[in-house]
Ligand binder design. Structure first.
Ligand code: PAF
Length: 286
């Protein structure tokens, strides 16, 4: 496994492998790796000849400076984990390497980034698009792997690739959960023991709402989820939106779409957790 810090070195390695006809699988991360990330690496490994993982805490996607400062970082531990997965290259650039000058690009995602995370974290998806477009440009992947926990991010990246004609296949991978249901996230390690005890209520409430939704309206389901989580000591819902899985716009009725997802953001103290659940998809009526 090679640990590469510069675009030049990365470009040389990838160029050589692509010239030899190998397919490149890419897993972009911000480090503090957990089993969710490792499941993406496993998928990439199955699907590609050559696997690149990037580790870069991207400052332009943090709308909250304190969140950027406290975001967990442990490059040595991450590298040890990736060694076990026979990853070929870890790209771990500095901020100066990625942003030698300010990135002033503004992306337009129509209505996709006006809701949910986009509404509560202004500028977040523009920062994600800046870094992912640069990374795709340097890594030149055939396929890139993203977790479905960041449901809106996945939709935005699919749109980015389409708008820029990047020719990268974006592969969404299922949420990986702790045994008690909590969706894996690098931010989980910032939870106090007391918060950690309460946090699984988020996933449990979402899963229970799948049954509750039968015979209830979208609004009743939404309100029940929000109230139940807010009743829990320490948890505060920022939003819970039940949306069309493609357009991300809220639905009023279960018949409004054949693909319906509930996306939630919850504060446990200052730690912000997100999760989602699918009420309806094309092959599976709720
Ligand atoms: O999902 C993440 O970890 C980040 O948003 C990503 C895609 C690595 C871009 O910084």
């Amino acid at each position: 496994m090679r640990i590469v810090k510069t675009k030049k070195e990365l470009g040389d390695i990838v160029g050589e492998k692509k010239a030899a006809g190998l397919t490149v699988g890419f897993v972009p991360t911000m480090g503090a790796l957990h089993d969710g990330h490792l499941s993406l690496v496993e998928e990439a490994r199955k699907d590609s000849d050559f696997v690149v993982v990037s580790i870069f805490v991207n400052p332009t996607q943090f709308n909250n400076p304190e969140d950027l400062e406290t975001y967990p970082r442990d490059l040595d531990k991450d590298i040890k984990l990736l060694e076990k997965y026979s990853v070929e290259v870890v790209f771990a650039p500095s901020v100066e390497e990625m942003y030698p000058e300010e990135d002033t690009r503004h992306f337009d995602f129509g209505q996709l980034d006006k809701v949910m995370e986009g509404k509560y974290r202004p500028g977040h998806f523009n920062g994600v698009a800046q870094v992912v477009s640069k990374l795709f440009d340097y890594v030149k992947p055939d396929k890139a792997f993203f977790g479905e926990k960041d449901f809106q991010q996945l939709a935005i990246i699919r749109r980015l690739v389409k708008d820029l004609g990047m020719g990268v296949e974006v592969v969404g991978c299922p949420i990986v959960r702790e045994p008690d249901g909590l969706a894996m996230s690098s931010r989980n390690q910032l939870l106090t023991p007391e918060m950690r005890k309460n946090a699984p209520v988020i996933a449990k409430t979402l899963f229970d709402s799948l049954n509750f939704a039968a015979g209830k309206t979208v609004k009743q389901t939404r309100d029940a989820v929000v109230n139940r989580i807010n009743e829990t000591n320490m948890l505060k819902v920022e939003y819970f939106d039940i949306v069309d899985g493609d357009t991300l716009q809220t639905v009023e009725n279960w018949d409004d779409s054949d693909y319906i997802v509930g996306c939630i953001a919850v504060f446990a103290g200052k730690v912000r957790l997100i999760d989602n659940v699918t009420y309806k998809n094309r092959s599976h009526e709720h």
